[in-house]
Design a protein. Sequence first.
Lengths: 259, 217
Amino acid sequence: MTTSPLCDLAEAYALGALGPGEAQAFEAHLATCMHCPEAVRELRELTALLAEAAPRAVPRPELRGRLLARVREEKRLVTPLRSRWTLWLAWAAAVAGLMFGGVQSVRLARLSWRVSALADSLSQREARVVELERQRSAVLDASTALYRLSATADTIRRATGPAGAQVFWSRDRQRWLVHAFNLPPLPEGRAYQLWYVTVEAKISAGLLDPDPEGHAVLVVDVPVPARAATLAAVSIEPAGGSAQPTGPIVLAGSVAGGR
Amino acid sequence: MACAALTPVIPTPVAWHIGVAGSAGSPSDGVLVSRLAAGDDAALGALYDRHGATLYALAFRILADRDDAEEVVMDAMTQAWRASGTYSADRGSVAAWLVVLTRSRALDHLRSRHRQARALDRAAALETDGALAMGDQASDAGAAAEHGERRARIRAALASLPEPQRVCIELAYYQGLTQTEIAAQLGEPLGTVKTRMRLGLLKLRDTLQPLLVEMLA
């Protein structure tokens, strides 16, 4: 039973085959139509069944272990530190328990746990904002130029996209802020190293240490011999870095053209 | 109603179960997802054991590259882990949720690759290999047979569509093309493509109704 021409788009929408304009129009329609939400739900299940029509293919057995290792690492990193807050509030809860007894102290304990978790999350975020502010203000001014480094091969990427980097160069303060992204993880014993490349030399700017998402940020003061750099490059070196580039160059781009 | 989780006779490193609802002793997908939200990574392993083969086969069909397909599955399952709190059963089955996560990542990857034509060639070559390889792994014969039977049923349903309808659906599904892009690629009017896609999906829905009923129950 079709009540609107837009109802006809349900199949294509469930398949993801609508252009952005049509998809938006259909989503607006979904909110008001009696029949389409159920139809879309059913069609989405159909697209899940279509996944089973793909020819049988099996991933390597290591994939399972890698997946679980990744989420366990995330779990470890994300667990908030509870020490100060928990101690203080647990003490407060204990005191309240003595004074008010029974149910109230249980409620207070639950509340205090939640407050401490929120406080830790907030302080982590505040620390991150402060750090980002610090990095930003360290390098952005009227003389700052932006350069882009690109991956030297299609293989240097993550599922989210090709690797790359933005280089902010403040000529007044002679400082670089480098933001690299989509860096694939490196095997043990290897590190990404950034280089200033001048006509005469390649000078190390330091190591990039990507997070699990492949982002790395580096703020460095540009030494005098590096101020003539016309290129920037990132290579893969042994952990700890090298005096000169020895490994493959994975990112590169021009940094010429400042004043 | 439930598809039973089948354990292979000879233990393999990974036992590919058909998990929709739970059978005796094994938790349902819904239970596993709620455990994810509580931080239980063993539940993620169980979801991977149940759905990983399908998700990988889909990613591999789209990308025709083992490393890319593995990374897509890893990223999709990691996203499922992080977003487990946002899943709710009224949005659909867990299987559909995971397929949507995987398919959208695989298609993003494909688009950024700028090599769709090559993937098509390789995938076309793999299609024939895939058909020959169906159900030939003795070590997990039980699970493979069950998977193979479902797969055969779904592929038969696809094959029973008139070719123009099937082509439109496959271009949208495995290459992520919009109707406009499909029309351009086939040199057909947009209205024709829209009708074919709609009729094809409606016919598939009718043919595969029994399997859908299981998933939605």
